[in-house]
Design a protein around this ligand. Structure first.
Ligand code: FEO
Ligand code: CA
Ligand code: CA
Length: 654
């Protein structure tokens, strides 16, 4: 039973939206589709090469053969090395793992990370304590070996976790929606952002955190940050509080992210629009329209931070949202570093930022804009990665070329450069400089005919084969008239995953081939597809969100929202081989507790520990009426990063 919030939001079926919709995405599911461009769906770009009905009847094999990404992969088929007995879908309020596996809580909301921090007590928790404690709703997790990133050690490291958003109804007794006090808002500001803590592997193979370390650090929604790259200082980024347009307080709604080859964290600002109120009161019609494409609301925000901090009120500060929606780079090895918002990587509802290296050493980043009918992007740096001089890489992400994807129905695709002078990106259309493109990225992509996708979440490159995977979590608004080869289902409740191979398997290429890797759901549903694997032998999976690869090249999938998919089960973790005879054999590895989604996921370099961030456990309840008390069974539910190990100390999954 989801919490019924007094927000008067309804989804398209007339149902009240859930706590997840409300706090995580600002009721994105209840708002009209934001991308009203006349952009083409992939079927229109090239006359559809495959008849849609034959794709659906034939389980997509026609499309697979036509595009044939897997057959182009350069590495010979190998055994996946997986050997555990899969578990089943569950609705139990319990962490379920296969036989021979166990988990421990590494760190949970409110655990102190600085000397002098008070012990957690939900009744007395204040902003000062929160600033010295692990934040709320952990999402992206990164494991950064000590003494340095290149050491690849697994027993001493720094752990990074994003804190995407807050659930005030689970943080404060008696919380009243729309009436948050300043004290509550201050805790929420401090509970957003990210945390760096030192961790170690103990004698039993568990990962533990150190409450005191010179590296431990909280980044929050008020931490001073620098804005860098083409848009830094642009008039649209200037505000009363910051006339330079280069300094901003904090980051908002950091969902997934990535880790660079030089050992810095990239953390992605996603649904930043929900924090800003009263777009209808913005006097400049142009600015109002720019904000509307990003989902800025006419009304009070759900969190009502604007009642206590004017920067969230668009009437008084119409430019403030132009300073959010970026990828933020943070050096976890330098606790004094000022985080940098890298505007060259574009401004949208960034989900993640997966880096890879091109054949010539340039840095390539794959990024999804997580909104129904929004786009897939990549960035290619101008400079090259320098493996022997870490400092030389620190500003690589400030200069390069941003691309948006056009996905053709014949199994090909292009990365279209987002540069002034390309197509309609002209001064007359509002794109006089690269800064304009980096601020109004969605509008620029609309003009380039990018392909409208089913909510692009995580992107990852398979470290063994080089194939790229884009996770499309769901899109219940796609109609039958809007389905296309790359987004093949109307009312896509269960999501799918695309597999892309860059030309020459070079991440800097501007052309790629693609195919459907998974079309998720119940295997008995004829619209599902598991890379051609026998459907009777796979686990049902839906709403894929974040993925990660083990050292053997198997894909590990964490899900978000299976409760609202056709499977109606708790979220979990699934593994699927990407090559060899077992390619497509999805197996369930973990099931999480009520109300939660699973984030992370990530391995130690030796693959003997697997981190999962259990986000929003017990969502749907309140402090007074909990539906889960994960992880401790007392008090309130607490978002936590857990570490899973094999009881015998072996490699995860074997
Ligand atoms: Fe925060 Fe796109 O999930
Ligand atoms: Ca996500
Ligand atoms: Ca990822």
């Amino acid at each position: 039973m989801k919490l019924m919030l007094d927000t008067s939001e309804f989804d398209t079926s007339g149902n009240r939206t859930s706590a997840t919709c409300h706090w995580k995405c600002g009721d994105a599911c209840a708002t009209p589709v934001l991308n009203q461009s006349e952009n083409l769906y992939s079927k229109n770009i090239i006359e559809e090469a495959i008849d849609r009905r034959s794709i659906l009847k034939g389980g997509f094999t026609g499309l697979m053969l036509l595009s044939g990404v897997s057959s182009l992969l350069p590495v010979a088929a190998q055994n996946s090395g997986l050997g555990f007995k899969p578990i089943s879908l569950s609705t139990e309020d319990k962490t379920l793992l296969p036989q021979g596996y166990e988990s421990n809580v590494v760190i949970r909301w409110g655990d102190p990370i600085a000397r002098g921090a008070k012990r957690f007590d939900v009744g007395t928790f204040d902003a000062k304590t929160q600033e010295a404690s692990f934040g709320y709703n952990n999402d992206y997790v990164s494991f950064l070996p000590l003494p340095g990133f290149q050491s690849k050690r697994s027993n001493q490291a720094l752990l990074w976790a994003n804190h995407e958003y807050t659930n005030p109804e689970l943080m404060f007794a008696g919380y009243t929606a729309g009436k948050a006090t300043k004290e509550q808002v201050d805790v929420e500001l401090a509970a957003h952002g990210g945390t760096i803590v030192q961790v170690f592997r103990d004698n039993s193979g568990n990962i533990e955190y150190q409450a005191v370390s010179r590296y431990n650090r909280r980044i929050t929604a008020t931490t001073p940050m620098e804005i860098t790259g083409p848009a830094a200082g642009h008039p649209l980024l200037q505000t009363k509080a910051d006339p330079t347009g280069k300094r901003v307080l904090g980051m908002l709604n950091n969902c997934a992210g990535g880790t660079t080859p030089w050992g810095t964290i990239l953390t992605a600002e996603e649904n930043f629009n929900q924090y800003f109120a009263f777009n209808d009161n913005v006097k400049d019609a142009n600015i109002k329209a720019l904000h509307a494409r990003y989902g800025m609301t006419a009304k009070a925000s759900g969190r009502v931070w604007e009642n206590h901090y004017e920067r969230f009120n668009l009437e008084a500060n119409p430019n403030e949202p132009f300073r959010y929606g970026f990828i933020v780079e943070i050096d976890p090895y330098d606790p004094t570093m000022t985080p940098k918002k890298r505007t060259a990587l574009g401004r949208f509802k960034h989900e993640g930022a997966e880096t890879s290296l091109a054949a010539d050493g340039r840095v390539v980043m794959y990024m999804g804009d997580d909104e129904r009918f929004d786009y897939m992007y990549k960035f290619v740096s101008k400079g090259r990665f320098n493996a022997s001089n870490r400092a030389a890489n620190m500003d690589l992400l400030d200069e390069g070329t941003l691309y948006v994807a056009r996905v053709n129905a014949d199994g090909t695709g292009e990365w279209v450069p987002m540069v002034v002078g390309n197509g309609k990106l002209t001064a007359e259309n509002g794109f006089a400089t690269q800064a304009d493109i980096c601020i109004k990225t969605r509008q620029a992509a609309d003009l380039l005919g990018a392909t409208k996708m089913d909510r692009p979440e995580d992107f990852e490159r398979n470290p063994v084969t080089g194939a790229i995977y884009c996770v499309l979590t769901n899109n219940s608004r796609r109609t039958a008239a809007q389905i296309d080869a790359a987004n093949p289902r109307a009312d896509n409740k269960d999501g799918h995953i695309l597999e892309l191979l860059e030309e020459g398997n070079d991440a800097a290429a501007t052309k790629f081939k693609w195919s459907l890797f998974l079309v998720c759901g119940n295997p008995n549903d004829p619209s599902t597809f598991f890379a051609g694997f026998a459907k009777e032998k796979v686990s049902a999976v839906a709403t894929p969100d974040n993925i990660s690869f083990d050292n053997a090249g198997n894909m590990w999938i964490a899900t978000d929202g299976m409760e609202n998919s056709t499977l109606k089960a708790n979220d979990g973790v699934f593994v699927v081989p990407t090559r060899g005879a077992a390619r497509g054999q999805v197996q369930q590895f973990m099931s999480t507790v009520k109300g939660a989604e699973v984030c992370g996921p990530i391995f130690t370099p030796d693959n003997k520990n697997f981190f999962a961030a259990i986000q929003h456990p017990g969502e749907g309840g309140t402090v007074e009426k909990p539906v889960s008390l994960f992880p401790d069974g007392v008090g309130v539910p607490r978002p936590s990063v857990i570490a899973i190990k094999k009881t015998d100390g072996g490699i995860i999954g074997t």
